[in-house]
Design a protein around this ligand. Structure first.
Ligand SMILES: Nc1nc2c(ncn2[C@@H]2O[C@H](COP(=O)(O)OP(=O)(O)OP(=O)(O)O)[C@@H](O)[C@H]2O)c(=O)[nH]1
Ligand SMILES: [Mg+2]
Length: 389
């Protein structure tokens, strides 16, 4: 499963974001290092379900809104010099290994210092939180590389030794590919065989950008003063209120409101029987949503998957006219795939056997066979014909 990690300094609202997105339990408190062991859960990205085009209801969406699972990891807070082991930083950074991308949660309200201790709202420049994490992650990667460097250089004395591939191997557990290594080498403008420390650090920074893409989430935006928001607007930031989203999801669970994650607003149910404090709390969330077109939590998840990781949704079916599987279930699966994937890739993603026995694919919307090298589009409904089942 595609997995996102939530990372950032302590007390920025990572676990609140995690709970809001997964409704799984995770401890939340206004002091640093509330989370020590990473929390793992399942969040969902939101897309329009194609069953609506037919005016039907597939039973796998909610009023035409399809939610597709992605893994979410809530990592403990990272402090400056985490890559040197400060505040158990090395152990925490290890939790980022399996992530395909990182949601970097910053405290947009400037109410926590570099270590996550509470301070007056607006007294820290939130932009400082952005740079620090990118530095820590690239230095963590540099630390991993430097542990192997002497040996790699010795091996690289043999001219035919594939150094780039060996570096990719060192980082295999982080999802680094040979292509990432080559691109990072070019972007950093380094000759790896003669690179010095500075060159390797620059190289690791480029490697990080390619293997651990990051989306910045300006959390606690509901209490952020204008000047903090303005500072963050100079960067590519998604503003969010994780606390607001958590309140809404819990209220929706309790049937007090009608709300689907990612909706721009919500409706209080007529028989909710809310007390004055609950009403005031929800009104605050509603005001924030109006200003930000939602709470920002779903938007952050969707942007990470669909824009940052450039993924599309494809629906495999067995009956191309009814859009069902062999058991008659309509549009049973929604698969996330990298843009550029082909019908053959889809066959492999459904099952290795189906990929190996792949014969051809049918685009259910046009009812015609398509080339196995054709690039799939977002929302495609595809029947795979394979010699294997
Ligand atoms: N106003 C506001 N407060 C928030 C928001 N999100 C989190 N908080 C508060 O920020 C504090 C820290 O929240 P956590 O979710 O525990 O933060 P964390 O980043 O997981 O903290 P560590 O696990 O210690 O690293 C808590 O008091 C939350 O209630 C938000 O969107 N708005
Ligand atoms: Mg936490």
């Amino acid at each position: 499963m595609i997995t996102l990690a939530i990372a950032g300094k302590p007390n920025s609202g990572k676990s609140t974001f995690f709970r809001a997105a997964t409704l799984a339990q995770a401890e939340i408190a206004n002091y640093p290092f509330t989370t020590i062991d990473a929390n793992h859960g399942v969040a969902y990205v939101r897309t329009a379900c194609p069953c609506q085009e037919r005016g039907e209801s597939c039973g796998n969406c909610r009023d035409g809104v399809r939610f597709i699972p992605v893994g979410l990891i809530d990592v403990a807070g990272l402090v400056p010099e985490a890559h040197m082991g400060r505040g158990l930083g090395n152990q925490f950074l290890d939790n980022l290994r399996q992530a395909d991308a990182i949601l970097q949660v910053v405290d947009a309200s400037g109410a926590t210092d570099a270590e996550g201790n509470p301070i007056d709202i607006g007294s820290r420049d939130p932009v400082k939180d952005i740079e620090f994490l990118q530095y820590e992650i690239s230095m963590w990667m540099y630390g991993i590389l430097s542990r192997h460097w002497a040996k790699l250089l010795r091996q690289a004395q043999a001219r035919e030794f594939p150094l780039a591939a060996a570096i990719a191997d060192v980082f295999a557990g982080l999802g680094v590919t040979l292509e990432n290594v080559r691109d990072a080498t070019d972007a950093a403008g380094v000759d790896l065989r003669t690179a010095g420390e500075e060159d390797l650090i620059r190289f690791c920074r480029e490697l990080m950008v390619r293997s651990k893409p990051m989306l910045i989430v300006g959390n606690k935006a509901d209490q952020a003063p204008e000047r903090c928001l303005d500072r963050l607007k100079e960067h590519d930031v998604i503003f969010a209120s994780a606390a607001g989203e958590l309140a809404l999801r819990m209220a929706a669970e309790g049937k007090f409101i009608t709300y689907l994650p990612g909706d721009p607003d919500f409706v209080v149910n007529p028989d909710a029987g809310l007390n004055a404090a609950q009403q005031a709390g929800l009104q605050k969330v509603a005001d924030f949503m109006q200003a930000c077109e939602g709470t920002g939590v779903q938007k952050a998840l969707d942007t990470a998957i669909f824009d940052l990781l450039d993924m599309i949704v494809v629906y495999p079916v067995e009956d191309e006219s009814k859009l069902t599987d062999s058991k008659g279930r309509m549009l049973p699966d929604a698969l996330l795939m990298k843009r550029g994937s082909t019908p053959r890739d889809l066959a492999y993603q459904v099952h290795t056997d189906i990929g190996e026995g792949f014969l051809y694919a049918v685009d259910a919307r046009i009812g015609m066979r398509i080339k196995d090298t054709l690039e799939l589009k977002n929302g495609d409904i595809i029947k795979i014909v394979s010699v294997r089942k």
